[in-house]
Design a protein around this ligand. Structure first.
Ligand SMILES: C[S@@+](CC[C@H](N)C(=O)[O-])C[C@H]1O[C@@H](n2cnc3c(N)ncnc32)[C@H](O)[C@@H]1O
Length: 214
């Protein structure tokens, strides 16, 4: 909850007005990618999950532009929220842009957004479930996280990715936006951080790979 003073201060920043403009533009378009929903409103445990906030912006577009995507690549947004990041991923020639989202309420908004934008159903799939139980990972070589959950949840998801690589050996890239638990990825011993990029809030976006010599 923001204090009254904090709310008043926010009104006078340029960011605040840019955000208001973005929300208004989305309302006119009939979509909702950017209105933040707090964890408590979703009935999720704040110790395990982050709020539903968007990261589909020019910073993510910049990262994807640097990594030369082709139609042999497939990406999954783990904790896909309302589909904001997926919307940007869909601009690239991935043969598959999927998302896994714990909250049915949020996933439904993502589905409505994609319907409104008439995104072909064969370009994406939304899985509504806990990412720790989502183990059908062998078809993806890009994994995206926008700081969606706690360290313990991330550990389980990264273990699932490592098991998938052992089962189906391949070069994999992890894009971690606001990499709060960078050590979880590095400590697996198979991923190296190969690049870092700016993000919207000064937190950075890290790119990792298991590619030898990358
Ligand atoms: C910060 S939002 C990110 C939204 C989207 N990735 C983007 O960048 O635009 C994080 C999302 O992760 C979801 N989430 C939290 N815990 C999860 C879990 N265990 N499995 C799947 N999704 C989860 C939340 O409900 C929330 O919608």
């Amino acid at each position: 909850m923001l204090s009254l003073w904090h709310k008043i201060q926010r009104r006078f920043t340029l960011d605040f007005w840019i955000r208001r403009y973005l929300l208004l533009r989305e309302k006119l378009e009939g979509v909702d990618f950017s209105e933040v929903i707090e964890v408590e409103e979703l009935g999720l445990d704040p110790n395990l999950a982050s709020h539903s906030a968007p990261s589909g912006n020019e910073y993510l577009r910049n990262v994807l532009n640097q990594v030369s995507i082709s139609n042999r690549d497939a990406i999954i947004d783990i904790g896909s929220g309302k589909g904001s990041a997926m919307r940007i991923m869909l601009e690239f020639p991935f043969h598959k842009v999927d998302g896994v989202e714990l909250s049915p309420q949020v996933a439904e908004i993502a589905q409505k957004n994609f319907n409104k934008l008439k995104i072909p159903r064969n370009r994406y799939e939304l899985f509504v479930m806990d990412a720790t139980n989502f183990k059908v990972l062998d078809g993806y070589n890009y994994f995206y996280f926008y700081n969606p959950f706690s360290q313990t949840v991330l550990e389980k998801v990264i273990e699932n990715i490592v098991s998938s690589i052992e089962r189906a050996p391949r070069i994999v890239f992890i894009i971690y936006n606001n990499p709060k638990y960078n050590s979880v990825i590095i400590s697996e011993g198979i991923f190296n951080k190969i690049a870092e990029y700016p993000d919207e809030w000064g937190n950075k976006i890290f790119l990792y790979s298991n590619q030898v010599g990358a």
